[in-house]
Design a protein around this ligand. Structure first.
Ligand SMILES: Nc1ncnc2c1ncn2[C@@H]1O[C@H](COP(=O)(O)OP(=O)(O)OP(=O)(O)O)[C@@H](O)[C@H]1O
Length: 409
């Protein structure tokens, strides 16, 4: 329920009296002695309304009104005028004030107009939230590609983390979408409309860290490659977490953070704060079945961006993609898709050109079998089931490729 009222008046006695009246009516007054003191509270998502005196030294009530309506034309401002200041009141209404009252005003006059303004504000904010939700749909479904079990699990985990409020650690191989996952967590969270601020950890000092948190206030601060954060900043960050940071921290890491803790290079307190809410974005080689699906999506994206036609992704092209290792993960798959579109559909020759289609298909089969065995820790029947193969066929194929389930345990 929206109950906050920003009370701006340079006269401390008036401010005090107004605050008391509001408190008695079960409202939540936020007193400020000037426009400057009130300014930081006036934001497009301020969950409340403003009650301000017109005559104040320096920036007056009209200035405050114009400033507020510029930021959010739907934020109600009620102005207080001196006795008999009718022309001023008329001017206030013309400029877009929600209402005006003559000072001194009795609570019987003040409270009904405040209740109306608060109700209006609540509806506006609720509508905006719903609209944003509708527009964004489900960011995890829209922005995280791939249909493998691992991609499904990743999307589920992202949605789960988005509903929680603690600090998050995103791990994964470089280019496997660590930053992407961080952004989707933010966009799926109730703070989606607030800022998502991204900073590289290396070279970030305590002051820059603090400034980044202020910029992200109410939203999320993403620190890329958290293991690269200097000692002083690590210490400052741990302290900030302890006191309560103004934004949610999402940390990304593509190296072994636990090892860094054990070797004394990373603050243990920080690590144990981050570790419970962690999510891993798997490398492409752990989910080769996603390669063709993601490639097709990147091709469509690249075609749209470049304004060129999307060339057909033939089985030969897919075979070529599947025989590559993709150490650069999604990032390099995406660049390959862009080159593919720009070249009008020419497959890249990164595989030995003397391999025929049958050999390439065999390589793909081997990589899918290995990935399934790895995923199921060498448990052959589970891997066979995941690949929808009868046990006998599965074993025949393992033998053909010289693969042994026990070497995956
Ligand atoms: N699962 C995914 N679905 C769709 N796009 C993805 C996915 N994973 C990564 N990408 C895309 O691949 C590119 C690289 O991802 P991202 O920048 O998140 O990688 P990263 O792991 O943070 O790597 P680095 O630390 O090297 O920047 C981005 O353009 C991102 O949009």
């Amino acid at each position: 329920m929206t109950r906050q009222v920003l009370v701006v008046d340079d006269d401390a006695a008036v401010r005090e009296a107004l605050a008391q009246t509001l408190e008695l009516a079960d409202l939540d007054p936020l007193p400020a002695g000037s426009f400057v003191a009130a300014k930081d509270r006036i934001t497009p998502d301020f969950d409340g309304v403003i009650l301000s005196d017109i005559r104040m030294p320096g920036r007056d009530g009209f200035f405050l009104l114009d400033h507020t309506l510029k930021l959010d034309p739907e934020l109600p401002v009620i102005l207080l005028t001196g006795e008999g200041d009718i022309p001023m009141a008329v001017d206030a209404m013309k400029r877009g004030a929600f209402g005006f009252l003559e000072k001194p005003c009795a609570s019987a006059e003040l409270l009904p107009i405040l209740e109306r303004a608060l109700k209006t504000r609540e509806l506006v904010l609720e509508n905006r939230r719903l609209k944003a939700q509708l527009e964004s749909g489900d960011p995890a479904a829209r922005m995280i590609f791939g249909r493998s079990e691992q991609s499904e699990a990743l999307r589920r985990r992202i949605r789960q983390l988005a509903r929680l409020t603690g600090e998050v650690l995103v791990t994964g191989a470089p280019g496997a979408g660590i930053s992407k996952v961080a952004e989707v967590i933010h966009l799926s969270s109730p703070a989606a409309q607030r800022p998502f601020v991204k900073r590289a950890s290396a070279g970030l000092g305590p002051e820059a860290l603090d400034a980044a948190f202020q910029e992200a206030a109410g939203g999320s601060l993403y620190l890329d490659e958290i293991a690269g954060l200097g000692q002083a900043a690590q210490f400052a960050l741990a302290e900030l977490m302890e006191r309560g940071a103004p934004a949610r921290l999402i940390a990304g890491c593509s190296t072994a953070l636990r090892q860094a803790v054990e070797e004394g290079g990373f603050n243990a307190d920080l690590y144990y704060r981050l570790e419970p809410l962690s999510v891993h974005s798997p490398a492409l080689k752990e989910r080769p079945e996603d390669i063709p699906v993601m490639f097709r999506q990147y091709v469509a994206q690249a075609a749209e961006q470049s304004g060129m036609a999307a060339p057909e992704v033939t089985p030969e092209v897919v075979a070529g993609l599947m025989t590559r290792d993709w150490p650069g993960n999604a990032r390099s798959l995406m660049s390959a898709a862009m080159r593919f579109v720009l070249s009008g559909g020419e497959a890249e020759e990164e595989r030995p050109s003397d391999l025929g289609l049958a050999e390439q298909m065999a390589q793909i089969e081997k990589s899918l079998l290995s990935a399934a065995l790895k995923r199921h820790a060498g448990h052959a029947s589970a891997a066979a089931e995941a690949l929808k193969l009868p046990r006998k066929t599965f074993y025949d194929k393992l033998a053909k490729h010289g693969l042994r389930p026990e070497s995956f345990r």
